[in-house]
Design a protein around this ligand. Structure first.
Ligand SMILES: *Cc1c(COP(=O)(O)O)cnc(C)c1O
Length: 347
């Protein structure tokens, strides 16, 4: 059976590296949304908690209730207001005034602010109104945050957005005092923003996903002298497939759907148990896609692919970067698409 191997040591290494940048374990919220970027929600939540991490973020309520017992707080990033109040340690990112009005009393929320990405969050002019709703509806304001749109890119947008966010922070602090509320946490940085920042980290915590899994798309020119290649991050996941069967093929035999790969010398060809039904990309067999253990012969099927040789198991990748490049996408997508049904093995 195909499986995803999780390197506990590499996960710990990345988390330690990020904690060092932000100033300690209490300042890192691990982002475990979308099945922990394909790594397995429960597996990664348990590891993170065992390392002493106290905050996590997930996509929706379904994910939150699977892991919230492991953390002091679990923040839901992309769900709709719930019909009933959730556990105290589950909080919700609020994306609009319209949404804010729908939360049941006593719900814990983090107010999203739109500092320039124009995807989610309330506008500066809406802050006063938001606080009035929070007070009137008896909501618990745990955080005020924003999200960067271009922290990966080699330009100044991240600083422009940070300045905008500062204005929200100042105003929010005034409103907290005016309404006699408990001071919420302020947070704005994802992995890229943490990695490219040279100055001291000032927020209450950072929300890191991709870097905890060993990747970044931050422009390499942000590497400082102290940083190693890839900021010293190490990929956590490797993807393995096991052999379903082998056959001896002769010159002229053609492999797989459409028969587009023709055998040029007699050889053993084996079939392995991962396909696009498992969330790997559908390779059309026309290019020259090499996985770690060889060149895929012909098209990748729904549940299998073929390789020359007869190894009992083969590795598709130990580092998702090349696969991402080949399919013109980012490492986030390569990993997130992997089926949650693929078995996880921690080493
Ligand atoms: C996904 C997400 C993150 C994590 O981003 P990475 O680039 O993976 O570190 C942080 N904040 C929000 C709001 C997100 O949606």
């Amino acid at each position: 059976m195909a499986y995803i191997q999780i390197s506990k040591a590499n996960y710990k290494h990345n988390i330690d590296l990020l904690c060092k940048r932000v100033g300690g374990k209490d300042k890192l919220m691990v982002v475990l949304k979308d099945n922990a970027y394909g790594h397995g929600l429960k597996v990664m939540a348990e590891l993170a908690a065992s390392f002493g991490i106290k905050k996590s973020a997930v996509k929706n309520i379904d994910e939150a209730i699977q892991i919230n017992n492991l953390f002091e707080e679990t923040l839901i990033l992309a769900d709709h207001p719930p019909l009933s109040k959730q556990d105290d340690n589950i909080s919700f990112a609020v994306h609009s005034i319209e949404g804010l009005k729908k939360f049941p009393p006593k719900s814990s929320i983090h107010l999203g602010t739109d500092t320039g990405m124009h995807r989610n969050g309330i506008q500066y002019e809406e802050l006063e109104n938001a606080f009035e709703i929070i007070v009137k509806n008896d909501l618990v304001l745990k955080g005020v945050f924003t999200h960067h749109k271009s922290a990966d890119d080699l330009n100044c947008e991240v600083f422009w957005q940070a300045q905008n966010y500062n204005k929200f922070v100042q105003k929010a602090k005034e409103l907290v005092e005016k309404h006699n509320l408990k001071m919420p946490n302020f947070h704005s940085c994802n992995s890229a923003a943490v990695l490219r920042k040279q100055s001291k980290f000032k927020d209450d915590f950072a929300r890191c996903g991709i870097a905890t899994y060993g990747y970044t798309h931050v422009d390499k020119s942000f590497l400082t002298q102290n940083d190693q290649e890839n900021f010293g991050l190490k990929p956590v996941m490797s993807l393995w497939a096991e052999k379903l069967g082998s056959r001896n093929l002769k010159i002229g035999d053609r492999v797989g759907y459409g028969g587009i790969y023709e055998i040029k010398s007699p050889q053993i060809v084996s079939t392995y148990d991962i396909g696009y039904g498992d969330g790997f990309f559908r390779y059309d067999g026309l290019g020259d896609l090499s996985i770690d253990d060889g060149k895929i012969l012909g098209r990748l099927s729904m549940d299998s692919f073929s390789l020359s040789g007869d190894k009992p198991k083969v590795c598709l990748f130990r580092d998702a970067t090349e696969i991402a490049k080949y399919f013109n996408t980012i490492t986030y997508e390569v990993m997130t698409k992997l089926s949650p049904y693929i078995r996880k093995e921690i080493v």
